[in-house]
Design a protein around this ligand. Structure first.
Ligand code: PAF
Length: 278
């Protein structure tokens, strides 16, 4: 595996692959890799001839300087994992390579970015869409692999690709969970022992809520009870626990189209997000 830092080097390598008719896959990440990321890499290896993993802690998608500073950075360990998976290129550019002086362009996706994470983290999805569009342009990949754990992000990327006619196939891959149900996340390392023990409560409560909704119970009442159950399970704050249409993320009060139950809640000072199909 080669680690590249500049767009020029990346372009040269990819051009050679494309001339040889190779299909190129990209897995965009912010590093601090875990099994969830590796499952995306494995999907990319199965679906493509060459695989690029990008590691870039994108400053424009953080709306809190402390969160950006605290984001785990473990490039050496990440690189070792990726090499063991047979990744061809690790692209890990410096911030100046991605956002050179004078950078003045942003990608603003409307609609699907408005609720949930978009409402709570102003500017977040513009940062995500902008950097993902740039990474697609830089890598010229044929396929891009994203985890369904960031469900809203996946819908935003799909919308952007459709709207901007970007020639890439976006592949959404299943959420990978710990044995106790906690969705894998780079943020989990920040959980202390008690919070780590309580954190699987999120998935458990969501499972109960989804089952009740599928069983025909009143959606608003079940969601209210679910939020209360999360507080009882040790979550100090529930940003949302909501039933939304799967693609557009519009509020739903009855189960009359494909739906997703999405949640964001705080435990031990760490914000966890998760979602499941209903
Ligand atoms: O999901 C992430 O890790 C990031 O939001 C992404 C897609 C790599 C963009 O910075």
């Amino acid at each position: 595996m080669q680690t590249l830092r500049t767009v020029a080097e990346l372009r040269t390598r990819v051009r050679g692959w494309k001339q040889d008719g190779r299909q190129v896959g990209v897995v965009p990440t912010m590093g601090a890799l875990h099994e969830g990321h590796l499952s995306l890499v494995r999907a990319a290896k199965r679906g493509c001839d060459r695989v690029i993993v990008t590691i870039f802690v994108n400053p424009t998608q953080f709306n809190n300087a402390e969160d950006l500073a605290k984001y785990p950075r473990t490039e050496e360990a990440d690189a070792a994992m990726l090499a063991a998976e047979g990744v061809d290129i690790l692209f890990a550019p410096a911030p100046e390579e991605v956002y050179p002086a004078g950078f003045a362009t942003g990608v603003a996706v409307q609609g699907v970015t408005a609720p949930l994470e978009g409402a709570l983290r102003p500017g977040h999805f513009e940062g995500v869409a902008t950097v993902v569009a740039k990474l697609f342009g830089m890598t010229q990949a044929n396929r891009a692999y994203f985890g369904q754990k960031d469900w809203q992000q996946l819908q935003v990327v799909k919308r952007m690709v459709a709207d901007l006619n970007i020639a890439i196939e976006v592949v959404g891959c299943d959420t990978i969970r710990e044995a106790d149900g906690l969705a894998m996340s780079s943020r989990n390392v920040r959980l202390d022992a008690l919070s780590r023990a309580q954190a699987p409560g999120l998935y458990k409560v969501m499972g109960k809520v989804a089952a009740a909704i599928k069983g025909g119970a009143d959606v608003a009442a079940v969601l209210a009870q679910g939020r209360e159950d999360l507080r009882q399970a040790g979550f100090t704050e529930v940003d949302y626990l909501d039933l939304r249409s799967a693609a557009m993320l519009e509020p739903m009060t009855t189960l009359d189209q494909p739906a997703r139950l999405l949640a964001a809640a705080w435990i031990g000072g760490v914000r966890l997000i998760d979602n499941i199909a209903v």
